[in-house]
Design a binder for this molecule. Structure first.
Ligand SMILES: Nc1ncnc2c1ncn2[C@@H]1O[C@H](COP(=O)(O)OP(=O)(O)O)[C@@H](O)[C@H]1O
Ligand SMILES: [Mg+2]
Length: 456
């Protein structure tokens, strides 16, 4: 597509149907530390990478600081300074409106000289504070938006948004700018939340929802757009039969990309059950298995994997790649954890994924709404990528929460079976993507997790 200007910001481009429509002058308003500079820099950097010259006018940061900070975030502007496709104009010394005007003239000259395709002014607030509201409006309208039009550039104009405010305050952003993006970074319930709103974007239709985003080394800004459900294909291929007979029986005809909830009763080791099922699939197809634990450290997960691997008849096994990922869900906001999980899966692209336990997340979330929003999107993404996922859910009597069964394709309930042999489990599975087995099935394991026949 030629008529859009990709920002290079993962998530934002998909959300904007490819990028910012070419020729748009967009206001980026945000609270202090929200990532306005990072976003603007990323936008310009993406242009440079694509051979589109760019000019950055900053009233806030020296060139040296800018280059250094952006390098830390994964953007090296220096080659483009050297080859002359990038120019950074410092306006830090300008303490009067007249001096700032000089900077703007220098800026427009540079735009013409470089044949710039993308431009940034960071921030306009530094200049408008030196004048009256009327002066500010004049400047924005005439010098910036109308002044930039003849150059046919796409531009981001940064403005400060005081914490708690909803509007920038010039009273003309709605009609003079072609687009308005609001970035907010605010503490709510003791957790820093970064939210992005596209209030307006001429030339494209965007979903009317607020997005979360993060600032990450390497990517700069990462926006989490909802998965477009129409792009999620139906799971077609039936999974490879597993080498373990009882598991085979329970999960026969499971389709690739299925999302399976494993509701485990009290006193059933959810990690072991998840690992057993995950390994069954990985060892039969030779796929990539990601085991993510929200409660156990890597050494324990590794121990369980080694123990259970012994249960498989070695001769028939394909080579599986097993990746362990342990995350402490109290270490960061839950939405960020969900994003991290999503990013890691996009990078690793596992065939199978075991998550132990998902019940933790529901209990830790600020509410069902918060849990569902991210969880639904992660489930959709896994369906889209065809990652067959098993979610262990510890169903304890003490909990008033019900497992969110409606989100999954298959639900298996694993109960402890009491009797002489105390390591027997009964499994009952039902779901829309697999035929319902006639009755619950019992499997038993010895202390080494080798499957043994049930003793009466
Ligand atoms: N290397 C980094 N890794 C992750 N986050 C970073 C890094 N560097 C800066 N940040 C985050 O980026 C924020 C600053 O972004 P910036 O674009 O300068 O904000 P603004 O221009 O809106 O004030 C800081 O609050 C910090 O949390
Ligand atoms: Mg800034």
């Amino acid at each position: 597509m030629n008529d859009v200007c990709p920002t290079g910001i993962i998530g934002l481009d998909e959300f904007l149907n490819g990028g910012i429509p070419r020729g748009n002058i967009v206001l980026v308003a945000g609270t202090p530390g929200a990532g306005k500079t990072t976003m603007a820099a990323k936008f310009l950097y993406e242009g440079l990478r694509r051979g589109e010259p760019g000019v950055y006018l900053s009233f806030l940061e020296s060139k040296a600081d800018f280059l250094r900070f952006m390098k830390l975030l994964g953007m090296d502007f220096e080659p483009y300074l050297r080859d002359g496709t990038f120019q950074y104009i410092e306006g830090l010394q300008s303490t009067t409106f007249e001096a700032a005007r000089e900077n703007l003239i220098e800026f427009l000259d540079a735009v013409a000289r470089l044949g710039a395709k993308r431009v940034v002014i960071d921030s306009i607030t530094a200049v408008t504070q030196m004048t009256t509201l009327r002066g500010a409006r004049e400047l924005i309208k005439n010098a910036l938006v109308l002044g930039l039009r003849p150059y046919e550039v796409t531009g981001l104009i940064v403005a400060e948004l005081p914490i708690g405010y909803e509007v920038v305050g010039y009273g003309l952003e709605e009609f003079i700018f072609d687009g308005v993006i609001i970035l907010k970074s605010e503490f709510k319930n003791g957790i820093l939340r970064r939210t992005l709103q596209v209030r307006k974007m001429r030339g494209t239709v965007v979903p009317e929802v607020e997005l979360h985003y993060d600032i990450v080394a390497g990517d700069g800004i990462r926006v989490y757009a909802p998965v477009r459900i129409e792009e999620v294909g139906e799971p077609k291929n039936v999974e490879t039969i597993t080498p373990l007979e009882p598991i085979n029986y329970i999960f026969r005809n499971l389709r690739r990309g299925s999302q399976v909830l494993l509701v485990v009763d009290k006193y059933v080791p959810s990690l072991a059950v998840g690992v057993l099922i995950g390994l069954s699939f990985a060892y039969s197809s030779g796929g990539k298995l990601l085991i993510r634990s929200f409660s156990k450290p890597p050494d324990i997960v590794k121990y369980v994997i080694d123990l259970i691997s012994n249960a498989f008849p070695k001769s028939k096994l394909a080579n599986a790649e097993i990746i362990i990922e342990c995350l402490n869900p109290t270490q960061e906001p839950l939405y960020r954890l969900a994003h991290r999980a999503r990013d890691n899966e996009l990078r690793i692209r596992p065939d199978y994924l075991v998550i132990d336990p998902v019940s933790h997340l529901l209990k830790l979330s600020g509410g069902l709404h918060e849990f569902y929003r991210d969880h639904i999107n992660n489930i959709l993404m896994r369906r889209k990528l065809g990652i067959t996922t098993f979610y262990a859910y510890a169903d304890t009597e003490a909990s008033e929460l019900e497992p969110p069964v409606e989100l999954y394709d298959v639900v298996a309930r694993i109960r402890r079976k009491w009797g002489k042999n105390r390591r027997c489990y009964s499994v009952e599975a039902y779901g829309i993507l697999k035929p319902v087995p006639p009755a619950p099935l019992t499997f038993c394991v010895d202390p080494e997790w080798r499957l043994v026949t049930e003793e009466e």
